[in-house]
Design a protein around this ligand. Structure first.
Ligand code: GLU
Length: 338
């Protein structure tokens, strides 16, 4: 079980809004200070270039739906988005194809198996099941609108950039490093194709997927991207409507079920909001109607989730009253007798 180190932080009930700006600012700084010396976990090395990450980097950002942001530590340090891209590419594809088609073709259930599992495909008659693991994400990327890989890539970069509020660029070194070592993802693409679950060319699709994972973001970007999903699809900083409220609802439901790999249940139990992590150490935690936390710390647990990022999200979720399951009696809150 994840040790989130929250025992001494009072769980605030989930209300309709965040505390005031100054309170959030103080809590973000306090969380950073509590975790500054936390060194638990191991940097990912299965993608050779990721092993070169600076393990001590640590940043936290919070963005609220009114457009306010709070940044501490390495909140602006760039890193590759990796698996967190799955959430936003899913939103883009859902926006284009709609609830039924995406629900049926990709699925919305947790496989309960590691993110690069081949067995999960075999067990489900080739159905990808879960858009937040590699097979489901490759199947999602295959559904991107566009007549050519270049067109699909343009749509993808435009959409993820709109979520972030600025033009995202790619880390060519990480892209090259993963391209040279991702035999397993290529195998997943071929296997999906063999089951008739991938209409697009598997090699081209896996290449697009690998590129999307190499887009550079910061913890600040993740907070703004997450806050866009928390804000009915409107980027609260730029004011742009990126996707519809219905797509945000569906994407957050998928993240709640599957955002933290096979630890998604533990994440929901401890933190209580939809979230997504990636193997470079990024995490986004999204409080619908309120805002989002972005965190970056490269040391991971065995499932591939940033250890310190999860702890930061857990502590802030408690202190800010984000956990959607945490209520107080309405009568008690109003002082009425029960
Ligand atoms: N690009 C990585 C892969 O496909 C992403 C994995 C992750 O962040 O979970 O292996």
């Amino acid at each position: 079980m994840l040790n989130t180190r929250t025992a001494d932080i009072e769980q605030q009930a989930s209300t309709g809004s965040l505390p005031g700006w100054d309170d959030v600012d103080a809590l973000v700084s306090a969380t950073y200070d509590r975790l500054r010396d936390d060194r638990d976990g191991t940097v990912a090395d299965y993608i050779p270039k990721l092993a070169a990450a600076e393990p001590d980097q640590f940043g936290i950002a919070v963005a609220d739906v009114a457009g306010g942001t709070h940044d501490v530590g390495d909140a602006w340090a760039p890193f590759t988005i990796q698996s967190i891209s799955k959430a936003f590419v899913y939103a883009l594809v859902a926006e284009v194809l709609g609830h039924e088609v995406v629900g049926e073709r990709i699925g919305v259930n947790n496989t309960g198996l590691p993110f690069d599992s081949v067995v999960a495909i075999e067990l489900n008659d080739g159905h990808p099941m879960n858009p937040m693991v590699n097979a489901g994400a490759i199947a999602t990327t295959a559904l991107l609108p566009g007549a050519s890989p270049d067109e699909k890539w343009s749509r993808l970069v435009a959409a993820l950039s709109a979520f972030a509020g600025h033009r995202l660029s790619i880390d060519e070194q990480v892209y090259a490093s993963e391209s040279a070592s991702n035999d397993r993802n290529r195998a997943l693409g071929q296997l999906l194709r063999s089951y008739g679950r991938l209409d697009a060319d598997p090699a081209e699709t896996v290449d697009l997927y690998t590129r999307q994972c190499a887009l550079l973001v910061s913890a600040h970007d993740l907070a703004v991207m997450g806050a866009t999903l928390a804000d009915g699809g409107v980027n609260p900083v730029s004011g742009e409507q990126v996707v519809s409220p219905e797509v945000c609802r569906d994407t957050l439901a998928v993240l709640a079920a599957s955002g933290l790999y096979e630890h998604s249940g533990e994440w929901l139990f401890e933190i209580g909001v939809p979230g997504k992590s990636g193997v470079s150490g990024g995490i986004v935690a999204i409080a619908p109607g309120k805002g989002a936390i972005g965190a970056f710390s490269p040391r991971l647990d065995e499932a591939g989730n940033s250890v310190r990022g999860q702890r930061a999200a857990a502590q802030l979720s408690r202190a800010l009253g984000l956990n959607v399951f945490a209520s107080r009696s309405a009568a008690a809150a109003s002082g009425a007798r029960i």
